[in-house]
Design a protein around this ligand. Structure first.
Ligand code: KIV
Ligand code: ZN
Length: 559
């Protein structure tokens, strides 16, 4: 049997059926183009008879997308199939995908038809579709809850009628890997007995799988079916889809790639797809942004934590050798940046590694000072420590006595039940320019306070009018340390100047506005310090590290 697995992407059809998802035409085209770049074989663009919008989407994508098959869904009736063809006719490689349910539950309660009638409708649908194109796929909806013998009869009938791909959906996510494997193996056997052995071997006739994730088994079931002889897998980016979703494409592709050894052992050959894996993460992020469907951080392959190492032991291992805790190369699926994430479980090795990657070389003693401050100040406060915070700790440790700004006092109003806006008044000290007072009005009290502090120190935020050096507030968050209204507020801010230089600041106080002011002034001090003294500090610390190294290298010779 061929070793190529065809990827049938249904993000724009089954994926778009996810509750709350509705894509406009421009978004569908953007996703369609990304899927072509990703290297999928088939894009199911919609269900043309379902709505004028779906019809238009299939027609537009058929015109726009080249080098890929475009499929349109149609129930097993003439109107659906003719409408599907109408929408598809301009596609470079059109495919009609017709379906009808085969389980007794669907026959009795939904279709109100006998098995014989459904068998006849399936055959007629395929024959009609074949009049428009030789590329016809048939799906036996709810196949996994259908009577096996009857399902085999339907499968053989549609193969004889001309279907090139026969899909065996687990529509309600009911099956389990062992059972699904045996069902696909059984259908392969029946097709062989019916004379389709050669067609299956050459790939002219393909069995396809389409799994839903109601029991969390969609990917496992799909892989089991591939082991049993299916060669097309229907899936969606990020696993989006009806209810608990469809099988996640990125997971299936990476299972086949990462465990090629296993498939080679079981099948005598690895199974390949045409997916350009480096495009996986960018495509996942695009789909998440356009559909508004958030990707859970611990989602395999594409979740923000999928390649992030935070615990000290794991970080130490990965720094020593990536393969200790990584089974895939993060860059091979399109992640960039470092896999080492600093958090409350991180150890010295990780802090050292991170500082090195930011261009800082520290002696053992200097590293200890930074690490102790990291532990004391940040570890229990922030859940994740972005690079900007780590550099900030370093400035606090070595340059704080030379920081330029200080807030002497602040008064900030907080309003409720009025259309008036809060006002902040602050008095600050700038070592170089002396004391200054400034006032500002804001949307809320934190906003007013930030504007007043920035104004007093000669800065200005984002779109604000007025004089001052422009700054962008990249991140702002407040957390409570503890429970209840007396909990301490912890505020973190990240600022960016016009040259793109970023610094972070942290502030803690029983009053959340005061925590915000402290964080802002801390970030401004670090910004100034990094500009004025950052390079000197970098050189000085590197010199100390080199001296320490020389002493250590000399030590064995002294003994
Ligand atoms: O889940 C399903 O059965 C489907 C078919 C229409 C293929 O989406
Ligand atoms: Zn489905």
């Amino acid at each position: 049997m061929i070793n190529r697995v065809f990827i049938f992407d249904t993000t724009l059809r089954d994926g778009e059926q996810s509750p709350g998802v509705s894509l406009n035409m421009a978004q569908k085209i953007e996703i369609g183009r990304a899927l072509v770049d990703l290297g999928v074989d088939v894009i199911e663009a919609g269900f043309p008879v379902a709505s004028p919008g779906d019809f238009e989407a299939v027609r537009t994508l058929s015109r726009e997308l080249k080098g890929v098959e475009i499929a349109a869904l149609a129930r097993a009736n003439a109107k659906d199939i003719e409408t599907a063809w109408e929408a598809l006719r301009e596609a470079e490689h059109p495919r009609i995908h017709t379906f009808i349910a085969t389980s007794d539950i669907h026959l009795e309660y939904k279709l109100r038809k006998s098995r014989e009638e459904v068998l006849r409708l399936a055959e007629e649908a395929v024959r009609l579709a074949c009049k428009f194109t030789s590329n016809v796929e048939f799906s036996a909806e709810d196949a996994t809850r259908s009577d096996r013998e009857y399902l085999a009869q339907v499968v053989i009938t549609v193969a004889r009628a001309g279907a090139r791909v026969i899909n065996i959906p687990d529509t309600v996510g009911y099956t389990v890997p062992h059972e699904y494997h045996s069902l696909i193996a059984f259908l392969v056997e029946r097709l062989r007995e019916a004379g389709f052995g050669e067609a299956l071997e050459s790939g002219d006739l393909r069995l396809s799988v389409h799994c839903h994730n109601d029991l969390g088994l969609a990917v496992a079931n799909s892989v089991a079916a591939l082991l049993a002889g299916a060669r097309q897998v229907e899936c969606t980016v990020n696993g989006i889809g009806e209810r608990a979703g469809n099988a996640a494409m990125e997971e299936i592709v990476m299972i086949l790639k990462t465990r090629a050894d296993f498939f080679r052992e079981k099948l005598g050959t690895a199974l390949d797809t045409g997916i350009r894996t480096q495009r996986i993460v960018p495509t996942s992020q695009l789909v998440s942004r356009l559909t508004g469907m958030f990707v859970q951080p611990n989602k395999a392959i594409v979740g923000a934590n999928a390649f992030a190492h935070e615990s000290g032991i794991h970080q130490h291992g990965v720094i020593a050798h990536r393969l200790t805790y990584e089974i895939m190369d993060r860059e091979s699926v399109g992640w960039s940046g470092s896999a080492i994430v600093l958090g409350k479980h991180s150890g010295r090795h990780a802090v050292d590694y991170k500082l090195k990657s930011l261009g800082w070389k520290l002696s053992r003693q200097a590293l200890s000072r930074v690490f102790e401050r990291f532990r004391a100040e940040i570890k229990d406060v922030l859940r994740r420590i972005p690079d900007e915070y780590l550099e900030g700790i370093l400035y606090d440790e070595f340059l704080a006595d030379r920081y330029r700004y200080r807030v002497i006092s602040a008064q900030v109003s907080s309003l409720y039940g009025t259309s008036l806006r809060p006002i902040a008044q602050v008095e600050v000290e700038d070592r170089e320019e002396g004391r200054r007072i400034a006032m500002a009005v804001g949307v809320g009290s934190v906003d007013a306070a930030f504007k007043a502090v920035a104004r007093a120190l000669g800065y200005i935020f984002g779109e604000e009018e007025g004089k001052g050096e422009k700054l962008r507030l990249v991140d702002f968050h407040i957390d409570a340390l503890g429970r209840g209204t007396e909990a301490e507020g912890v505020c973190g801010v990240i600022l960016e100047d016009v040259s793109g230089r970023r610094t972070a600041g942290l502030g803690r106080d029983g009053d959340i506005v005061a925590a915000g002011i402290k964080a802002l002034v801390n970030a401004l001090n670090r910004l100034e310090a990094s500009r004025e003294k950052g390079e000197d500090l970098r050189r000085q610390l590197a010199r100390e590290a080199e001296e320490e190294q020389k002493v250590e290298e000399a030590r064995p010779m002294c003994r």
